[in-house]
Design a protein. Sequence first.
Length: 206
Amino acid sequence: MGQHILEIVLMLLGAAILGFFIGWLLKKDKISDLQTYITALEDKNNRLQADYNKNERLLIDCQTEKRKAESEKIQIEKLLIDCEGKLTLSEIESAKKDATPEVPKISTSSETVIKSKTKVKADNLTKIEGIGPKIASVLKNAGIENFKELSETKSEKISEILVKAGGNSYNRFDPATWPNQAKFAAEGKWDELKKLQDILKGGRKE
């Protein structure tokens, strides 16, 4: 009887030990699975944290650019206001200038004299028999630009102008009739000028 009890006790003890061992093995596997799961969660958390940090830096950069753009906008608005103010003042000054009549300048000498000189319109001097484009250009450079001025210039002076401008090559021109022709042209006596030119040859009397 006592031997049977001992065997039962030993069997129960062995079963208990075996159960404990199996339980320990199962617990160990479960702990390993839990540790693997925790490690995976930590990796995922690290990735999420890295993404969060990246997005936070991007947000900071965007806010910095926004503040910079707002600052530039304020500066541009100030410049526009200044330009509008200057433009308004410029328009006012321009309007004042346009509304103010110009006062003619008065030159003073021994007596106060107001001199006004209207520039006489230049004439086509080639209408004078004997004057071509080159000689007309020489005369205009010398200040003889119209028929009236040519009519008031002596032929000797004209010869001097030509020689001074072109040398001896202009000696072949005879300006003796040019002042008389220019006088008819200046007075608008074109018929008389034509009659005179009909008896001339190259600006000279035959």
